[in-house]
Structures are given as structure tokens and as C-alpha cells.
Design a binder for this molecule. Structure first.
Ligand SMILES: Nc1ncnc2c1ncn2[C@@H]1O[C@H](COP(=O)(O)OP(=O)(O)OP(=O)(O)O)[C@@H](O)[C@H]1O
Ligand SMILES: [Mg+2]
Length: 260
């Protein structure tokens, strides 16, 4: 196995008297999808925020490419190759696809003081990058983001992260608001990002989606790692049981209905 891109070692995080994470250790490997599963309040968002530099851990170590690391904030984490795609994908519906793709990092044309954003170049790159990820319907980067479907927006955000050289790609519930077809499309794009060598952290509470693409799995319950396993080591029913903590069978049945 190659060296991990990113590691958490015995990470804990408390907010006042709430222990959101307790002694969590995990590894993000290049070219692999790590699924982070857990119910509401399990600590998933807190964990993402530690990986992406929003929160320092209360205790424990974050390691990036082998070196102990304390991020000064999300900007530093981003600069060091950690891209986070939030559930709302942070895109602005009334912005053009080209603008949205670059968001302040647009290519420019001309020399100072006549330098300006090279809109046609930005649009061209955005459309090319989307094509690479299988969105062929969009031909014009001037088109507004609001005209894209939820799945296409997720894919746009993944394509953007890859274009800017993300090493670690953190996806927060990228499939939860999508229909079956769109979710399948996003899962396919995650596989492409994996083939490109990214280490992917896929946060979800959909066991079926996780098992469709995951290489390794980490189940969080009330801030603790309840189980860690690799692809093929557990069945979907076992995973659902783990997520339900072996307690709430009614919730388990609801979950089963949802994924079937
Ligand atoms: N900034 C904060 N201040 C105080 N408590 C917090 C803060 N952020 C999270 N918590 C608490 O930490 C626990 C874990 O929350 P977290 O948001 O990480 O869960 P989650 O797994 O993302 O849940 P969900 O599936 O609902 O998004 C919860 O009890 C939550 O109330
Ligand atoms: Mg959350």
C-alpha cells in the first residue's frame, strides 16, 4: 500500500461539553475512495472541518503527506491541495459556468493596466473540463450555473477541484439530494477522479452509494469510530446494522427502504 496522503491520528474535538469526535484515526490513500458513514450528529461534518482546516483538533494529529500539520485556516488547506465540495456545491445559480469554474482565479489577457479576465478562455476550459467528466450537454460556458442539474453541479465542482490539482477531495453528501440516475452519474465521476490519483473522502449516509464506489469504510457513531473495514469485507446489511448501532431497528428498516 502506498503512503497515505492524509492521516488523522487519535483526533478528538470538543465543543464545550460536547465531544463531537473521540480518538478518531483514519487514512486517506491516493487513488482510493474512503467512505465516511454515520447518522445525524455522528461527527461527519466536524471531521470534514478538521480535514479542510476550519477547525484545529482539540487533541491528536493531522498529517499531510507524512508531515504533522496544523493548518492556519481553510485557505492554507486549499492551497495545499485539499478541496472540499460542500453539499450545496457553493455555486451561485446566476453566475456563468465559466465564471463559477474559476471564481477569482480566472485566466487573464493583455498586460497591465489593460489586463482583464479572459472570459472566452475561462468558458472554453470550463466546458472542456466538464466534457472530460462526461457532461456533453453544456456547450457554452456563458450558460448560467442555475440551468445545470444538481448532479451536473456536483460534477462541475469535482472537475474544478481536479483542474486545480486537488490531491484530497472531500465530498459532503454529494449524492443525497439527487435522483437515482444523477447519483449514478456523480458516482461515476468519483471513479474518474480516483483514476486520476485523488484521495477521496466520500461522506454519506447512503450505504448503497458508499458500497458502489468505496475502497475503504469508516463508520462513526457519536463521535467514535465504530468500525473500519475494506471493500468486500462486509455486506450492505452488516453496514446498515453498524450504522444503526445495533439498536434502532425501526430506523434500520427506514434506511433499507430508502436504499432499495
Ligand atoms: N460549532 C459547534 N458548536 C457546538 N457543537 C457543535 C458544533 N459543531 C458540531 N457540534 C456538535 O457536535 C456533534 C457532531 O456534529 P456534526 O455536525 O459533526 O455531525 P454530522 O455527522 O455532520 O451530522 P449531520 O448528518 O446531521 O450533518 C453534534 O452533537 C453537534 O451538535
Ligand atoms: Mg453534517
Amino acid at each position: 500500500m502506498s503512503n497515505p496522503l492524509m492521516e488523522l491520528i487519535n483526533v478528538s474535538k470538543s465543543f464545550g461539553s460536547t465531544d463531537a469526535l473521540k480518538n478518531v484515526s483514519m487514512e486517506v490513500q491516493p487513488g482510493k475512495i474512503l467512505c465516511l458513514l454515520g447518522d445525524n450528529g455522528a461527527g461527519k461534518s466536524t471531521l470534514i472541518k478538521i480535514l479542510s482546516g476550519y477547525h484545529p483538533p482539540s487533541n491528536g494529529t493531522v498529517r499531510l503527506e507524512g508531515a504533522d500539520t496544523v493548518f492556519s485556516g481553510p485557505r492554507e488547506a486549499r492551497q495545499r491541495g485539499i478541496a472540499t465540495v460542500h453539499q450545496d456545491v457553493g455555486s451561485i445559480p446566476l453566475m456563468s459556468i465559466g465564471r463559477n469554474f474559476f471564481l477569482g482565479a480566472e485566466p487573464t489577457t493583455g498586460n497591465w493596466p489593460f489586463r482583464r479576465i479572459d472570459t472566452s478562455k475561462a468558458n472554453e476550459i470550463a466546458v472542456q473540463q466538464m466534457e472530460r467528466f462526461g457532461i456533453t450537454r453544456v456547450k457554452d460556458g456563458n450558460q448560467l450555473v442555475g440551468t445545470m442539474s444538481g448532479g451536473e453541479r456536483q460534477v462541475l465542482a469535482i472537475g474544478r477541484a481536479m483542474y486545480f490539482g486537488a490531491k484530497v477531495l472531500i465530498l459532503d453528501e454529494p449524492t443525497s439530494a439527487l435522483g437515482v440516475k444523477e447519483a449514478a452519474f456523480v458516482l461515476k465521476m468519483m471513479r474518474i477522479a480516483r483514476e486520476n490519483g485523488a484521495g477521496i473522502v466520500f461522506i454519506t449516509h447512503n450505504a448503497r452509494h458508499a458500497m458502489a464506489v468505496g475502497d475503504s469504510f469508516c463508520v462513526l457513531i457519536q463521535g467514535e469510530v465504530a468500525a473500519q473495514f475494506k471493500r468486500g469485507e462486509k455486506t450492505r446489511e452488516e453496514v446498515l446494522n453498524l450504522m444503526a448501532g445495533g439498536e434502532d431497528m425501526a430506523a434500520l428498516e427506514d434506511d433499507l427502504e430508502q436504499v432499495d
